[in-house]
Design a protein around this ligand. Structure first.
Ligand SMILES: Nc1nc2c(ncn2[C@@H]2O[C@H](COP(=O)(O)OP(=O)(O)OP(=O)(O)O)[C@@H](O)[C@H]2O)c(=O)[nH]1
Ligand SMILES: [Mg+2]
Length: 200
């Protein structure tokens, strides 16, 4: 089983990206039913309508959980065990709250849930990066450090020069991750989703 954790600051675009990712998974492989469970944080502006994600016989379950942050690791493990028992999904997509530390979530999962491959994507907001960097540096640094994939989102909202500056700044926080510039307001390239899922 795979677990994909999406971290990133409040309002950076996590849910918008999950919606596109889920549609991609649903549409990608009609012969082979992929069971996906999406765990949402419940504070978001954009919410997931699970009917939208059902199609072609796929079992896509949308569950609303409380805040899955580091202080609730016990509940996280219990919750994951229940999901695995009830749904036996191949993939769980988990949206962390904007103030959670994906690194802690990954550690909790890999220590407590056997036979799971954990992937972390961090979503950043190109529009607000410069404003947030100073007050939030420690948190952003931690979130970026933990990531296998870093998405620089909302590129439609900044000019080329700002984007270049923002990208250079973000890259200093992680030298190993795969970077992609995206806009969740438009169609995201499928190679981004493959990278997030560890498929390429
Ligand atoms: N223009 C533009 N707007 C975006 C983009 N991505 C997200 N948004 C908007 O930004 C707002 C926040 O997006 P969400 O997907 O809810 O962000 P989130 O990270 O899930 O937010 P929280 O769960 O509250 O932390 C919404 O109004 C989205 O429509 C983008 O690439 N471009
Ligand atoms: Mg959200």
């Amino acid at each position: 089983m795979k677990i994909l954790i999406l971290g990133g600051f409040l309002g950076s675009g996590k849910t918008s990206i999950i919606i596109q990712l889920a549609k991609y998974i649903v549409g990608n492989n009609p012969e082979n039913i992929t069971k996906v469970v999406i765990l949402e944080n419940e504070i978001g502006e954009v919410s997931i309508d699970d009917k939208m994600l059902r199609g072609g016989g796929y079992e896509v379950t949308n569950m609303f959980s409380g805040c899955i942050c580091c202080t609730m690791s016990g509940e996280l493990v219990i919750g994951l065990n229940h999901i695995m028992r009830d749904f036996s999904p191949q993939l769980i997509i988990m949206e962390a709250t904007g103030v959670a530390y994906p690194h802690n979530i990954r550690e909790t999962i890999t220590q407590s849930v056997p036979e799971v491959d954990c992937y972390v994507t961090c979503v950043t907001d190109a529009k607000r990066w410069k404003k947030l960097l100073r007050p939030m540096e420690m948190m952003l640094k931690d979130q970026l450090n933990a990531a296998d994939v870093i998405l620089i989102n909302k590129v439609d909202m900044v000019d080329q020069d700002t984007l270049a500056e923002v990208e250079a700044s973000i890259r200093t926080f992680n030298h190993n991750a795969k970077f992609f510039k995206v806009s969740a307001a438009e169609q995201i390239d499928t190679k981004v989703f493959d990278a997030m899922l560890g498929n390429g």
